[in-house]
Design a protein around this ligand. Structure first.
Ligand code: TYD
Length: 217
């Protein structure tokens, strides 16, 4: 059983496979007797889901980068109050598909708004709560974009606003994740996302176990 709450996030470029890996980690943790809460950014709460619809609607091409940034944090603030903090207080494990590292990578680096503005808004939205562990699923940008493109055409009308961004944008996003992993090696762990689903999950599980043995008392 979990003695204290844990907050674990999954990060990576669109199409890296993190959402599948997160679901697998949730199942494995539950099989080990933990209570696990899964959430997603943007959109983990009913209000967040409404904000997500604005953010990802291709009709909203006029949405400016600062308005976009604030909407991501509006969704996150709601998630912190409604899901994250209550679950941590109950001693549960919260898994989130994306968190502030996505905003650092996509808005801070990708849209070049800078890291400072992202960190200031994080302080307001998250009130000091930061992930204990971040699993960065690293795949080559071109492979990830090909996968994301295939997923969107399979889902018919879901080519969203972010997916229409340029390759250069995604290269900056990938650079940001690399920089974060170098800067915060204890929290941000790179997982090689290029193998089969099973191979990637083995890496996720062993990374989690190693981290927990060293850093959770
Ligand atoms: P989604 O369809 O959930 O993509 P994925 O499965 O790859 O996570 O769309 C989320 C999109 O929002 C994705 O392109 C990344 C982007 N995003 C940001 O730009 N900033 C953020 O802070 C977050 C959380 C997501």
């Amino acid at each position: 059983m979990t003695e204290r709450g844990l907050f674990i996030t999954f990060e990576g470029v669109d199409g890296c496979g993190k959402s599948t890996q997160m679901r697998r980690l949730a199942s494995a943790l539950r099989a080990h007797g933990h209570t696990v809460v899964e959430t997603v950014e943007p959109g983990g709460t009913p209000i967040g889901a409404q904000i997500r619809a604005i953010l990802l609607d291709p009709a909203n091409a006029a949405l400016g980068p600062r308005a976009e940034l604030l909407l991501y944090f509006a969704a996150r603030a709601q998630n912190v109050d409604e899901i994250l903090e209550p679950a941590i207080a109950r001693g549960e494990i919260v898994l989130s598909d994306r968190w502030t590292d996505s905003t650092l990578a996509y808005q801070g680096w990708g849209r070049q708004l800078g890291e400072d503005v992202v960190q200031s808004l994080d302080a307001i939205a998250c009130r000091g709560r930061r992930p204990d562990l971040t699993l960065w699923v690293d795949v080559d940008v071109d492979l990830a974009l090909a996968r994301a493109g295939a997923r969107n055409s399979a889902e018919a009308n879901t080519a969203n606003r972010m997916d229409s961004q340029q390759r250069d944008f995604y290269l900056r996003v990938a650079d940001a994740y690399r920089a974060l992993a170098e800067r915060e090696p204890v929290r941000v762990r790179r997982v090689d996302g290029s193998g089969s689903l099973d191979a990637v999950f083995q890496a996720v599980w062993s990374t989690f176990q190693t981290w927990r043995a060293r850093h959770v008392r």
